[in-house]
Design a binder for this molecule. Sequence first.
Ligand code: ZN
Length: 60
Amino acid sequence: MVKQLIQEDKTLYLCEACGAAYPEKEWAEKCQAWCEAHGGTCNIEIIAHSVPVEKAGEQG
Ligand SMILES: [Zn+2]
């Protein structure tokens, strides 16, 4: 199960295994499936769809 991250105007989906954020749940699920199967390595073709995100939960 991927983690949902609600931002001001959009929702991102986090791979809980590596923390990469994706605008599309489909890619987050692919990333998580990959990370869980290949512990510690990321698929460059999947990661390419991720977006930079400020660390969640560290404000205030
Ligand atoms: Zn991942």
